[in-house]
Write a protein that binds this ligand. Structure first.
Ligand SMILES: O=C(O)C(=O)C[C@]1(C(=O)O)C=C[C@@H](O)C=C1
Length: 370
C-alpha cells in the first residue's frame, strides 16, 4: 500500500472514532438534560486532558496535539449537549417574556429558555398594543433592546406583579439597574453577557451579574444560566461600568480610529495581507471584524460609556508623549517606558505571549497558500 493510502486509512479510522465520540457525547447530553447536570465540567476536562497528555507522551505523540484535538472535540460536545435541551430549574415558573426577543441576542436567549422547557413570549417593538396579554402571568421580564432605548422601555414596566423578576442584558449597568429598581418593587437583576449572539453554546461564556434586589428570588434564573455552562461573575454596576470603559469603549474606539486611519492612508488591504506577519493578520482581523457589525450598536456602546471621552483624551496624551520620545530620538526614554509597562504587565506578559502563540498557531493552520 502506498504511504498516502495508509494515511487515508488512518484518517478514516480517526473519523470513525470521532463519530463514536460524538454519539457517546449525545448520550451524555441526554443524561445531563434529564438530571440537570451542567454542560461544562472543568474538573473532568482537566483530569481527562492530563491523562491523555501523559499517554501521548509515552507514545511519542506531542501532548499538545492530543490536547488540541480533544479541546476541539469538546467544543462540539458543548453544542451537541445544548441541542438535547436542559432541565427546567424552575418548573413552576410562569412565562418568560423577552422584550426585544427578535434582536440577535434576544433570539439566543429565547432559544435557550425554550430548550430549557419554559414558555417564552416575545415582546417586540410592534407588539406593544398586546403588551398586557403578553405580560400576563410573567415570571421573568428580560429587557434586551438597543442601549439608547433601554431606560425608556424599562419605564414601561411599572405594573409588573411583585414576584416577577425584572432583568436586562444591556452592556452598561448603572442606568438600567437604577431604572429597574425605580419602576419595579420585586426582584431585580442586571445582566451583561460578555459575548455576542453568534456563540454556539454558553459553555465557558461569562455573564456579569449586578444584584438589584431579592437575589434569593432570582437565584433560579442564575442556576439555569449555570446549567447552560455560563460562568457568572458578580460585580457592582459601578465596577462593571468602569471596567467596561476599558474593555469595551476603549477597545472599540481604538479599533474604529485604526480603521479610519487605514482608510485615510488609502491602505491596500490585499497588500497588507500579503506582507503581514501572523500577529498583524490577527490584529487586522480584530479591527476589520468591527466593521462587519452594526455601526449604531458601536456608536451607542462608545457614547454611553461614562467618562469615555476623558479616557480617550488621556489616550491621546499618551500618544503625544510617546511621539515626543521619538521626536527627541530618545531611544533610552523609549526603552525605559517600555520596561516600566513590561513590569506593570508582570507575569501576564509571559502568559499573553503563550496564549497568543496558541491563537496564532490555530489561525495559521487555517491558512491556505497556493
Ligand atoms: O464528561 C462529560 O460530562 C461530558 O459532557 C463530555 C465532555 C467531553 O466531550 O469529553 C464534554 C464537556 C464536559 O465539560 C466534559 C467532558
Amino acid at each position: 500500500m502506498r504511504l498516502r493510502d495508509k494515511i487515508d486509512d488512518v484518517d478514516q479510522q480517526l473519523l470513525q472514532l470521532l463519530a463514536q465520540r460524538l454519539k457517546l457525547v449525545a448520550e451524555v447530553g441526554e443524561v445531563k438534560s434529564e438530571h440537570g447536570l451542567p454542560i461544562y465540567v472543568p474538573s473532568r476536562e482537566a483530569a481527562m486532558l492530563a491523562r491523555r497528555r501523559q499517554e501521548a507522551e509515552s507514545l511519542g505523540v506531542p501532548p499538545d496535539l492530543i490536547e488540541d484535538i480533544l479541546r476541539r472535540a469538546m467544543r462540539e460536545s458543548y453544542s451537541s449537549e445544548k441541542d438535547t435541551g436542559f432541565k427546567t430549574v424552575n418548573p413552576a415558573a410562569g412565562p418568560i417574556v423577552v422584550v426585544g426577543g427578535k434582536g440577535q441576542l434576544g433570539r439566543l436567549f429565547v432559544q435557550m429558555f425554550e430548550l430549557s422547557g419554559y414558555e417564552v413570549r416575545v415582546l417586540g417593538s410592534q407588539d406593544w398594543a398586546q403588551a398586557d396579554d403578553i405580560l400576563a402571568g410573567a415570571s421573568v421580564v428580560m429587557v434586551t433592546v438597543p442601549i439608547t432605548r433601554t431606560v425608556e422601555i424599562i419605564e414601561k414596566f411599572s405594573t409588573l406583579p411583585a414576584d416577577c423578576i425584572l432583568c436586562d442584558l444591556t452592556s452598561t449597568k448603572s442606568d438600567p439597574l437604577n431604572a429597574m429598581l425605580r419602576v419595579h418593587q420585586g426582584p431585580v437583576v442586571g445582566l451583561h453577557p460578555m459575548f455576542g449572539p453568534d456563540i454556539s453554546s454558553f459553555a465557558k461564556q461569562v455573564i456579569v451579574v449586578c444584584d438589584g434586589r431579592e437575589s434569593e428570588r432570582y437565584q433560579w434564573l442564575l442556576d439555569q444560566f449555570a446549567l447552560w455552562g455560563a460562568k457568572l461573575k458578580s460585580a457592582t454596576a459601578k465596577d462593571h461600568d468602569e471596567a467596561m470603559g476599558l474593555v469595551q469603549a476603549m477597545r472599540h474606539f481604538s479599533s474604529f480610529v485604526y480603521g479610519m486611519h487605514l482608510k485615510s492612508e488609502n491602505a491596500d488591504i490585499e497588500q497588507l495581507l500579503a506582507f503581514s506577519s501572523p500577529i498583524y493578520r490577527l490584529e487586522l482581523a480584530m479591527v476589520g471584524r468591527l466593521f462587519a457589525q452594526d455601526p449604531a450598536l458601536y456608536a451607542d456602546i462608545i457614547l454611553s460609556s461614562p467618562d469615555a471621552l476623558g479616557m480617550f483624551r488621556r489616550y491621546i496624551e499618551r500618544f503625544s508623549d510617546a511621539i515626543s520620545c521619538l521626536e527627541n530620538n530618545d531611544r533610552d526614554g523609549f526603552i525605559h517606558q517600555f520596561s516600566e509597562v513590561a513590569d506593570w504587565f508582570g507575569q501576564y506578559a509571559e502568559q499573553f505571549m503563550g496564549e497568543s502563540r496558541q491563537m496564532l498557531l490555530v489561525a495559521h493552520d487555517r491558512r491556505h497558500i497556493d
